[in-house]
Write a protein that binds this ligand. Structure first.
Ligand SMILES: Cc1ncc(COP(=O)(O)O)c(C=O)c1O
Length: 444
């Protein structure tokens, strides 16, 4: 079994670097003291730090390195393109990699058969473009988004984000005309008593309360939807919900804006997470993170009839630069040649093991997710479902000290999002470290 190798944590080189980091780097990053390593290089699901420690990386740069760290064919595509043309600006000029990638995305992204693509550099920018496009196309002022949503941190995207109050604190006033509604988070459903039974009570609430008391649906441009809520806790909607939502939005001419920035590009075992429900076609899809395996790229894909803005309406100097586009084309090639299937297979295996773990451990609850977008919660007890964020952080920290990199999400979640080429053996290594960590943290 391949294993991490830990020499010294924190190591001397790390300590020296952090001293300089503290002086020069913005203190706004959420480092939380969980990971005391400075990464120097990576290969597949493994990374090495400046002190010679070797880690098993089940975070993949926050679901970014879809093909693993430094996949040789992606690196080769980047090298080749960088040697030919690094920048020209698609705002004013044409170059092949951008059109090639747009053509490929138009083919693989779910939606109407005719699509157009707006390129940017990040998830937040892809979301901003989606917001502006929805308003431009519909000429309607409002957007809907979910509590628990994370769509990014620029002003527009932040106005849709409602994951943690600290992300918004001191930045108000935000972009007005955003209304938040509850996500179909069945594990923590707040509607059981209002609407006995389920039948998508959270959606009925939108119709019965939001559309009657707060906003006329004819004034809503678009609804931003994470097909699995990411940062907010890896919440998986019940089967049938997306179809019901699609019907509701179509009835009122509201655009369905599918944010696939975290869940897309093969992560859930299908190329796009919305495809887990047959026949749900979004109007706009936002993509970033995994699309270029670590190179900065955002894409906002819409049906051609929706992407009808005029020249000069929106643009980005760097968006869709040739090197990122080449990396994305190579990434998609790898995804289509087996990595999406691998995510489904190894993901199902890992999920089964997390379910076993949750059965055996009182404080491990709610195993969930699809493909390689998986999570469990650390709770005070299974029965109360009460979050235990301190212990969750302790598990993440202790796993790290043993050489496994995992990330938090939501109030007490731990996510498992390795690169899509992870093997069963590597998943077993992660599970064995996790089991040892739980023994240590819960003294069993
Ligand atoms: C679903 C979703 N949308 C948007 C974003 C924002 O992406 P970025 O950090 O690239 O701006 C994220 C980032 O985590 C995300 O998970």
């Amino acid at each position: 079994m391949p294993k991490p190798e830990i020499r010294k944590l924190p190591g001397p080189e790390f300590e020296a670097l952090v001293k300089r980091d503290k002086k020069y780097i913005s203190p706004s990053y959420t480092r939380d003291g969980l990971y005391s390593a400075a990464v120097e290089r990576g290969e597949g699901v493994w990374v090495w730090d400046v002190d010679g420690n070797k880690f098993l990386d089940f975070a993949a740069g926050i679901a970014v390195c879809a093909t693993g760290h430094c996949h040789p064919r992606v690196v080769e595509a980047i090298r080749e393109q960088a040697g030919k043309l690094m920048h020209m600006s698609g705002t004013d000029f044409y170059y092949p990699p951008q059109v090639n990638l747009a053509e490929k995305l138009a083919e693989i992204v779910p939606g109407s058969p005719n699509k157009r693509v707006f390129f940017s550099n990040s998830g937040a920018e892809a979301v901003e473009a989606g917001m502006k496009l929805a308003r431009y196309h519909t000429r309607r002022p409002y957007w809907l988004a979910y509590y628990g949503a994370f769509h990014g941190r620029t002003f527009g995207a932040l106005s849709l984000t409602s994951s943690k109050a600290v992300q918004r604190e001191h930045f108000a006033p935000l972009v007005p005309q955003v209304i938040h509604v509850p996500y179909p988070d069945c594990y923590r459903c707040v509607f059981n008593e209002t609407y006995p039974g389920c039948d998508f009570a959270c959606l009925k609430y939108v119709e019965d309360v939001v559309f009657k008391r707060e906003v006329d649906p004819e004034e809503v441009a678009g609804f931003f939807v994470e097909p699995i809520q990411g940062e907010g806790g890896y919440n998986v909607p019940p089967q049938g919900y997306m179809k019901a939502l699609r019907e509701l939005l179509s009835k009122h001419g509201i655009l369905f804006i599918d944010d696939e920035i975290q869940a897309g590009m093969g992560r859930t075992g299908k190329m796009f997470a919305i495809e887990h429900e047959d026949g749900v076609l979004p109007d706009i899809v936002t993509i970033a993170k995994g699309i270029a395996s670590g190179m900065p790229l955002g894409a906002t894909v819409a049906s051609s009839s929706v992407m009808d803005w005029q020249p000069g309406a929106h643009a980005s100097t760097f968006g869709g630069n040739p090197v990122s586009c080449a990396a994305a084309l190579a990434t998609i090639n790898e995804l289509e040649s087996g990595l999406v299937d691998n995510a489904a297979k190894v993901g199902a295996y890992l999920k089964g093991k997390l379910e076993d773990l949750a059965e055996r451990w009182e404080h491990v609850a709610n195993p969930r997710g699809r493909g390689l977008m998986l999570a469990v919660d650390i709770t005070r007890s299974k029965e109360s479902k009460e979050s235990w964020p301190e212990k969750r952080n302790a598990v993440i920290r202790q796993a790290f000290m043993r050489g496994l990199i995992i990330l938090p999400c939501g109030g007490c979640g731990i996510r498992f999002i390795p690169a899509l080429l992870v093997t069963r053996e590597e998943a077993d290594t992660a599970l064995s470290i996790l089991a040892d960590t739980l023994k240590e943290v819960f003294k069993r």
